[in-house]
Write a new protein. Structure first.
Length: 88
C-alpha cells in the first residue's frame, strides 16, 4: 500500500544519508518525500542541509552542475516548506 511504500522510501533515504552524509541529493530527495507526507519541519531541515552542502560543492567542484541542480531543487523545496509552515 501507499503508506508502506513511503515508509520504505524513507528508510532507504535514511540509509543513504547515513552512508553518504555529504551528498546533498539524498537530503533533497528525503526533503521532497517529507513534503509529500506533510512533515514540513523535517522537509525544511533537509532542504537547508542540502543547500549548505550543495553550495560548498558548487564552489569547490570544477564542474558543479549536479551540485547546482541540487541547490536549485533544495531552494524550491525549502520555499515550499516555508510556505506550508507559514514562514513566508
Amino acid at each position: 500500500d501507499r503508506a508502506a511504500k513511503l515508509a520504505e522510501r524513507l528508510r532507504l533515504l535514511d540509509q543513504a544519508i547515513y552512508k553518504h552524509p555529504e551528498a546533498p541529493t539524498n537530503y533533497v530527495l528525503r526533503g521532497e518525500l517529507y513534503l509529500k507526507i506533510g512533515d514540513y519541519d523535517a522537509a525544511y531541515t533537509d532542504f537547508v542541509q542540502a543547500l549548505d552542502q550543495a553550495a560548498q560543492q558548487v564552489e569547490s567542484a570544477e564542474w558543479g552542475l549536479v551540485a547546482q541542480a541540487m541547490q536549485d531543487r533544495a531552494l524550491v523545496g525549502k520555499r515550499a516548506a516555508e510556505k506550508r509552515l507559514g514562514r513566508t
